[in-house]
Design a protein around this ligand. Structure first.
Ligand code: SF4
Length: 375
């Protein structure tokens, strides 16, 4: 194959596109968001898939679309209800953006996902990848997608050995993706590339099942497992997230406010960030977490949110004087609070973290064995 900076020869382009699309027709998975080419449904699926695997997303996708079958129903729903239907997917800002975007579709685009690329980019949460995916799959527009799977396939096919973190590498891959895109079948082509990256050209590639093997430069060079070069930057932030079961009259306190680091749009148990981290202290949680009354449960469990590696822990405090707490909260701007039954926690705090905290709480605390020996 020629240099990656030179145009790909027309003969080779034809062969590659034909092999890719015929493989896709035979091997594509029967996924519900492929049943029809409705732009709204494709948009929802693409947003859900941004940080969630297909198997985990599918049951939630179906229920979400049964309840919100079109932009108007999503726009009209309360944010709390949308968050409940999003439960299990995490990264709740995506749901908040979907709801805002649905409002924009109704108010500005006659209730439909726009057909123009720049209009698509004006929707909250829609970047170049999502705009290209929806426009090509729903409307057949000639925009190539470039997600992690597509980048891996292209890097191997055209032997791109540059650092994938560089903008110049991204630009190069974007140009190749656009050049490779099949005219008149942009949607199928994009889906085929993503599917190939998800099923065959996986991190340890299954080259013997690949329709492009005869033309793959990385395979020819014996470098298919080395490309793309692995990321060298470790940007994980380690955090302890300390939750509070603050109980009063058989109920527990939940809070919602946008000025905190996580769960800006849903009710959650009060929490504070502990450990070494780069974030400012949250004055509300500082007031609720009275050091002398904390009785931190000894067990921990792990969780991750974006680039945060989190240890979850909790304390459980009985508050006789509910009005004292309410006075503190009423003085704060933008803070919403409510008291709920503990058995409703999973419903009221729609995050997988609530389930983990309940499990943690139910763990039997083993008493240390007394040493046997002389008294
Ligand atoms: S031959 Fe192997 S490395 Fe090359 S594109 Fe196919 S699966 Fe990926």
């Amino acid at each position: 194959m020629e240099s990656k900076n030179a145009p790909i020869s027309p003969e080779l382009l034809l062969k590659l596109r034909k092999a890719l699309l015929s493989w896709f027709q035979k091997n594509k998975r029967d996924l519900p968001f492929r049943i029809n080419k409705n732009a709204y449904r494709i948009w929802v699926s693409e947003i859900m898939l941004q940080q969630t695997r297909v198997a985990a997303m599918l049951p939630i996708y179906e229920t979400f679309l049964e309840r919100f079958p079109d932009p108007n129903s999503l726009k009209e729903a309360s944010e709390d209800e949308v968050m409940k239907y999003w439960k299990g997917l995490g990264y709740y800002s995506r749901a908040r953006n979907l709801k805002k975007g649905a409002g924009l579709l109704v108010e500005k685009f006659s209730g439909e996902f726009p057909k123009n690329y720049d209009d698509a980019l004006s929707i909250p949460g829609v970047g170049s990848y999502t705009a290209s995916a929806v426009l090509s799959i729903a409307y057949g527009k000639h925009h190539a997608v470039l997600d992690g799977n597509v980048k891996r396939v292209l890097s191997r096919l055209f032997l791109i050995e540059e650092d994938p973190l560089l903008n110049s590498t991204n630009q190069l891959l974007g140009n190749l993706a656009q050049e490779f895109l099949t005219p008149d079948s942009a949607g199928d082509h994009n889906e085929a590339m993503m599917e190939l990256g998800a099923l065959v050209c996986v991190p340890i590639p299954i080259c013997e099942s690949c329709p492009l093997i005869d033309h793959c430069e990385a395979k020819a060079a014996g470098k298919e497992r080395e490309i793309p070069v692995s990321k060298s930057v470790d940007n994980w932030i380690d955090l302890d997230l300390h939750f509070l079961f603050l109980r009063s009259k058989n109920q527990i306190l939940l809070l919602k406010y946008s000025g905190r680091r996580f769960f800006k749009t849903i009710y959650s148990l009060p929490f504070r960030l502990e450990g070494k981290h780069p974030y400012e202290k949250d004055s509300i949680s500082e007031e609720l977490f009275e050091e002398s009354r904390l009785n931190t449960h000894p067990h921990r469990t792990k969780h991750s949110i974006t680039n945060h590696r989190i240890q979850l822990k909790f304390s459980d405090i009985l508050e006789e004087d509910r009005t004292r707490i309410e006075k503190i909260l009423n003085k704060k701007q933008d803070v919403l609070f409510k008291w709920v039954r503990e058995e409703d926690l999973k419903e009221e705090f729609p995050s997988s973290i609530s389930g983990k905290l309940i499990k943690l709480k139910n763990k039997t605390i083993k008493q240390p064995e007394l040493p046997v020996g002389k008294l």
